[in-house]
Design a protein around this ligand. Structure first.
Ligand SMILES: [Zn+2]
Length: 413
């Protein structure tokens, strides 16, 4: 029996992207914007309709649901997650999705911005999607396939699994999360409510992606307190904190070990903010690498530069503080690679080459993995995210649904 999910996926994505769900970094509430709850309410209703169990929309904007086990075997509990928010700052106004049916390879134009054009010459992946149904926005906004494609894929999967109890899988947990784009959402997840041994986020790009390597990340602040006096009577008394910050900056590498001089598996030490005045100032750094030992090396380098400046100007107070942010999930996953190997097995059986590019950033899965739930990130098909040129192939989303149907059964074998 063959299943076609394209019509359902298209209808869901088109419906979900029209609900505005931008998250807001400046907000101090959880979720950061009430608009995200509008989509969560819609999903809550749809989950009830398809017969999901334990549907719960929490105060903090997380939506949880259960797909009961269809096997009597003891099987690890797997959670599937997607985020409902979209990134701020890309255009304004409602998203107007457009479906380009049976794509013929011609440049795609956007009615709301004549200067925009999407074409295979610049986006080679689009060139591989001839005959697919491509969804874009209208030019004035992003599409929001990041991550409403993940939401549509999971809702389609859930509807299908609930209608087909003959497909043997363990208990599955669904979780739709807010505020991924501002990096704070996942911290508020209720792990006892998620109740999962392993998880996957559906928030990746091209077909085949199984991401389980990300940066390890620390941040560092260097607080410099000088000695302030009236500048007219400052000789041999004033110690200018900004001068000292300049010396620290100059002593750090600038032809290597910076974001603008590194790529692939190279890490960096990045001064991203300097604030303050002559009396006192603070330098803000991020440290990134795929290897924790390297990260520790960058911290020692920064500390030794601070120590040199401190020695040369003992009247100043220079304090360097390193704070861990997240860790490469590979290190944790290597203890139990099943979430990755099962996904690889499933893709290979479908004739799809698995891709595991190391990600020069963090994902929600990095934090979930650090919290004890190993969580690789799987493809949805989304492309050109955080841009008005964002697009997705409906057939790529269908491949994701089919891969997940096989994957949940693989866990039950
Ligand atoms: Zn995303």
């Amino acid at each position: 029996m063959s299943h076609a999910f394209c019509a359902e996926l298209e209808a869901r994505l088109v419906r979900y992207v029209q609900v505005e769900t931008t998250s807001d970094e400046a907000s101090s509430t959880a979720p950061s914007t009430a608009a995200q709850v509008d989509l969560q309410r819609m999903l809550e209703h749809e989950l009830h309709q398809i017969g999901a169990q334990d549907v719960l929309l929490a105060e903090n904007g997380f939506l949880y649901a259960t797909l009961p086990a269809t096997t009597t075997k003891t099987v690890p509990r797997v959670a599937l997650l997607a985020h409902v928010d979209t990134v701020a700052g890309v255009g304004e106004g409602p998203v107007k999705p457009r479906v380009h049916r049976r794509y013929d390879g011609a440049p795609i134009v956007f009615p709301d911005d004549e200067l925009l054009v999407l074409m295979p010459e610049i986006n080679p992946y689009l060139g591989k999607k001839l005959g697919h149904d491509i969804i874009t926005a209208s030019g004035g906004t992003l599409l929001g396939a990041d991550d409403k494609a993940g939401v549509a894929i999971l809702m389609t999967l859930a509807r299908h699994l609930l209608a087909h109890p003959e497909l043997a899988h363990g208990e599955l947990r669904l979780c739709f999360t807010p505020d991924e784009e501002i990096g704070v959402g996942i911290r508020h997840i209720d792990l006892s409510r998620l109740a999962a041994d392993f998880a996957y986020t559906l928030d990746g790009g091209e077909v085949g992606e199984i991401v389980y390597e990300t940066f390890s990340a620390d941040k560092a602040t260097v607080s410099i307190t000088g000695v302030s006096t009236h500048p007219g009577r400052a000789k041999a008394k004033l110690v200018n904190a900004l001068q000292l910050a300049g010396r620290i900056m100059t002593a750090l590498p600038h032809t290597h070990l910076t974001p603008e001089t590194t790529d692939a598996r190279q890490g960096f030490l990045h001064l991203y903010k300097l604030e303050g005045a002559a009396a006192a100032c603070t330098m803000h750094f991020i440290l990134r690498d795929f290897e924790e030992e390297k990260l520790a090396e960058y911290a020692r380098l920064l500390e030794s530069v601070c120590a040199d400046v401190r020695t040369s100007e003992p009247r100043a107070r220079i304090v360097c503080r390193i704070t861990p942010q997240y860790r490469n999930m590979r290190d944790r996953l290597q203890q139990d690679m099943r979430p990755v190997t099962y996904a690889v097995d499933v893709l290979k059986a479908m004739g799809i080459a698995p891709l595991s590019p190391p990600i020069r950033g963090g994902v929600d899965g990095s934090q979930l993995t650090a919290m004890g739930v190993p969580t690789p990130n799987l493809f949805t098909g989304m492309q050109n995210i955080h841009s008005p040129l964002e697009w997705i192939s409906v057939q790529d989303m269908e491949t994701a649904v089919k891969a997940l149907i096989a994957l949940v059964q693989r866990w039950a074998q």
